[in-house]
Design a protein around this ligand. Structure first.
Ligand code: UFG
Length: 327
C-alpha cells in the first residue's frame, strides 16, 4: 500500500483522515509534534513524532517512507488564540509549512493536499462564499493559512509541487465507530462545548455574542461532518494521482446554522437540557460563514451525505460518551 505522509495525524481531522486513507488502500504515516494531538489517536499506521520546523527530522522521515503525497493538517487552529498570540501562528503554521514544502520538494514528493480554512475569506456578510470570493482574513489564523496558499502557488510554479487546497467550513462530528473523535485541550469548539455543558463537565455554554446582524442575533456557520471532510481529501489525493492540475475546493454544505440553532438540535438529539449563558462577542469571529460546495461536488464527485446537523451531533455525542484520549 503506498505511503502518504499525514502531518497532524494525531489531531482531530488528521486522525479521521488516517482512517479514511487506510480504508482507501493507503498507509498513512503520521508526523505530529503532539503539541495539540494525542499519541492515542494514531491508530491507522506508523507514527513519527516530530516538529514541522525540524528539517533534518522531516528529511529522515521522507527518506524512510518515500511517501507518494503529503496531506498537511498539522497547524495551530484557534481563532481566539491567534488574535492573542499571532507570532505562534506565523511560526508554527507558516514557517512549519515552508520547511515541510522544502523537504517534500527535496525528496521528490510533489503531490500536496493542504488544509486551509474559510477564515481566509474574512467577514463577508450575507454572501454564500465560493472559491473565487475575495480573501481578506480578519484573524491571524486565517492570515497564516492564506499565506501558505500563496506559498503553494509559488512552489508549484518554481518546483512543480502540485496541490489541492481545501478551505474548510466548520468541522464537527466523529467517526461513527468512535475509534477516533474530537478531543481538544482546552476545548474551544461549539459542538463539544455544548456536549460538555449537557453532561456537566462545564457549568454552561457561553454564547459569544447575541447582537450580530442575524435572525436570532448569534453567528451563523456551515457545519460539515468530519468523515465527509476527510473523504474529500482522499478524492483530492486521487485527483493529483490522476495528473490533474492544482485546484482549490471549499468544503461546506451551503446551509448555515446559528449558535442557538446548534444548541436546539443538541437538546433534541440528546434529549437533555443545555445550560446556556449569554456572553460578549469573541474577538476575530465573523458574523456568517457559509459555503457553496458546487465545485467539490461536480469536479471531485464529493457528496457530503453525513453532514446533517443531527448526524454530526449524534456521532459527536456517541464519541463524547465513550471515547477519549489520555493526556
Ligand atoms: N461559540 C460560542 N460559544 C463557545 C464556542 C463557540 O458561542 O463557547 C460560537 C462562536 O462564536 C462561533 C460558533 O460558535 O460563532 C462556532 O465557533 P467554533 O469555535 O466552534 O468555530 P469557529 O467558527 O470559530 O472556527 C472554526 C474552526 C477554525 C476556522 C473557523 C473559521 O475551528 O479552524 O471555523 O471561522 F478557521
Amino acid at each position: 500500500m503506498p505511503n502518504v505522509l499525514v502531518t497532524g495525524g494525531a489531531g482531530y481531522i488528521g486522525s479521521h483522515a488516517c482512517k479514511a486513507l487506510t480504508d482507501a488502500g493507503y498507509t498513512p504515516v503520521t508526523y505530529d509534534n503532539l503539541s495539540t494531538g494525542w499519541a492515542d489517536a494514531v491508530k491507522f499506521g506508523p507514527f513519527e513524532q516530530g516538529d514541522l520546523r525540524d528539517r533534518a527530522r522531516l528529511d529522515a522521515v521522507f527518506a524512510a517512507y518515500q511517501p507518494i503525497a503529503v496531506l498537511h493538517f498539522g497547524a495551530l487552529s484557534q481563532v481566539g488564540e491567534s488574535m492573542r498570540e499571532p507570532g505562534l501562528y506565523w511560526d508554527n503554521n507558516v514557517t512549519g509549512s515552508l520547511v515541510l514544502m522544502e523537504a517534500a520538494v527535496a525528496a521528490g514528493c510533489e503531490q500536496f493536499v493542504f488544509s486551509s480554512t474559510c477564515a481566509t475569506y474574512g467577514d463577508q456578510d450575507n454572501v454564500v462564499l465560493n472559491e473565487d470570493s475575495p480573501q481578506a482574513p480578519i484573524n491571524a489564523y486565517g492570515a497564516s493559512k492564506r499565506a501558505i496558499e500563496d506559498m503553494l502557488s509559488g512552489f508549484e510554479a518554481a518546483h512543480g509541487l502540485r496541490h489541492v487546497i481545501f478551505r474548510y467550513f466548520n468541522v464537527a462530528g466523529a467517526d461513527p465507530e468512535a475509534k477516533v473523535g474530537e478531543f481538544h485541550q482546552p476545548e474551544t469548539h461549539l459542538v463539544p462545548l455544548i456536549l460538555d455543558a449537557i453532561d456537566g463537565k462545564r457549568d454552561a455554554l457561553t454564547i459569544f455574542g447575541t447582537d450580530y446582524d442575524t435572525p436570532d442575533g448569534t453567528c451563523i456557520r456551515d457545519y460539515v461532518h468530519v468523515c465527509d471532510l476527510v473523504d474529500a481529501h482522499v478524492l483530492g489525493l486521487k485527483w493529483l494521482e490522476s495528473g490533474k492540475d492544482s485546484r482549490v475546493f471549499n468544503l461546506g454544505t451551503g446551509s448555515g446554522f446559528s449558535v442557538r440553532e446548534v444548541i436546539d438540535h443538541a437538546r433534541r438529539i440528546t434529549n437533555k437540557d443545555v445550560p446556556v449563558v449569554e456572553g460578549l462577542r469573541r474577538p476575530g469571529d465573523c458574523t456568517k460563514l457559509v459555503s457553496g460546495s458546487a465545485r467539490a461536488v461536480s469536479e471531485l464527485g464529493w457528496s457530503p451525505g453525513r453532514s446533517t446537523l443531527d448526524e454530526m451531533i449524534r456521532d459527536a455525542w456517541r464519541w463524547h460518551q465513550t471515547g477519549h484520549y489520555d493526556k
